[in-house]
Design a protein around this ligand. Structure first.
Ligand code: 2P0
Length: 304
């Protein structure tokens, strides 16, 4: 069997867990799905698991294989072995949320192979246990992840928002496809444990989220962009306040932020968000795409 799940980029970020094992978040978050993602193929295998990533066999001791097998072990029948083939359309571990689409596609493929017939809501709860943000990759469009309050995580799931906005786009501005210096799982823990700025985060998210929902309903593009930038920069500020500090930005990232702000001053409606890596995600309307390609001719852009 084979299944596809989209990459999602958060407009309101998930950063901080109340339960590490189940990936239960401290706040809600809200994302937008890209038209690219991960395709995972699953088949039964004789007496051991086999894992490939983009066509390359992964050692059974590799971090990638261990993370996948740990996840699958929670849900598969005993004494079953699998061949798991993961193909990402965008670079793995470049802060481009490939773990989200990866665990979502794997969950969808397990649902097929084991004939679970579970609903997207139930599959979202399962995918979350592979990677928190994977629960949002079960759906396309704008998606909200409800943090839930139960200890077992049964009320921590994502659901699509009823917002149709085909002209809304997000693209990538890539400076580095290297593995990040600190993975987001560890960085989140370090932020919650040591950053004095973390105490303000749940309130920032609650306020940004309420404004973001309203702006999305109204198709108020500049409002969406401003809130997204504010939320991303607030997340990075609290990471910088951790000990030791966490700074994902490169000098190119900062230059690009200034470039986006300069473009806006000249009337080009483009905004950015950033995740656990140095690359920028651009937020724009479809009509602005040709202008961005013309005004940023030397940038490594992937615009949809
Ligand atoms: C997000 N990120 O909302 C935030 C913003 C990165 C920055 O979700 O530990 O891979 O697997 O639950 O989901 C990346 O963290 O972390 C992430 P785990 P995950 O998209």
């Amino acid at each position: 069997v084979s299944a596809f799940a989209p990459t999602n980029i958060a407009l309101i970020k998930y950063w901080g867990k109340r339960n590490q094992e189940l990936n239960l978040p401290i706040t809600n978050s809200l994302s937008f799905a890209l038209p690219v993602g991960t395709t995972t193929s699953l088949s039964s295998h004789q007496d051991h698991d086999v894992v490939t990533l983009n066509g390359t066999l992964q050692g059974h001791d590799s971090a990638f294989t261990k993370r996948l097998v740990n996840f699958v072990n929670k849900f598969r029948p005993h004494n079953s072995f699998l061949k798991i083939d993961t193909v990402n359309q965008i670079p793995t571990a470049a802060g481009l949320a490939s773990s989200a689409s990866g665990f979502a596609a794997l969950t969808l493929a397990m649902n097929e192979l084991f004939n679970w017939k579970r609903s997207p809501h139930e599959l979202s709860i399962i995918a979350r246990q592979g990677s928190g943000s994977a629960c949002r990759s079960l759906f396309s469009g704008f998606v909200e992840w409800h943090k839930g309050s139960q200890d077992n995580g049964e009320d921590s799931f994502a659901e699509p928002l009823n917002i149709l906005w085909p002209e809304f786009k997000m693209g990538l501005w890539i400076f580095s496809e290297k593995e990040k210096p600190i993975d987001s799982r560890k960085a989140m823990q370090q932020t919650v444990a040591t950053s004095p700025l973390f105490s303000a985060w749940p309130e920032i998210v609650a306020s940004d989220l309420a404004k973001m929902r309203q702006a999305l309903i109204e198709h108020n593009f500049s409002q969406v962009g401003e809130i997204a930038e504010h939320n991303a920069l607030s997340m990075h500020a609290m990471m910088m306040g951790a000990t030791p500090p966490i700074l994902y930005w490169l000098k190119e990232s900062v230059e690009a932020m200034h470039q986006v702000w300069r473009l806006r001053k000249t009337g080009v409606e483009v905004y950015f968000t950033m995740d656990a890596g140095p690359n920028l995600k651009l937020i724009y309307l479809e009509e602005t795409k040709p202008l961005l390609q013309r005004l940023l001719p030397h940038a490594n852009l992937i615009l949809f």
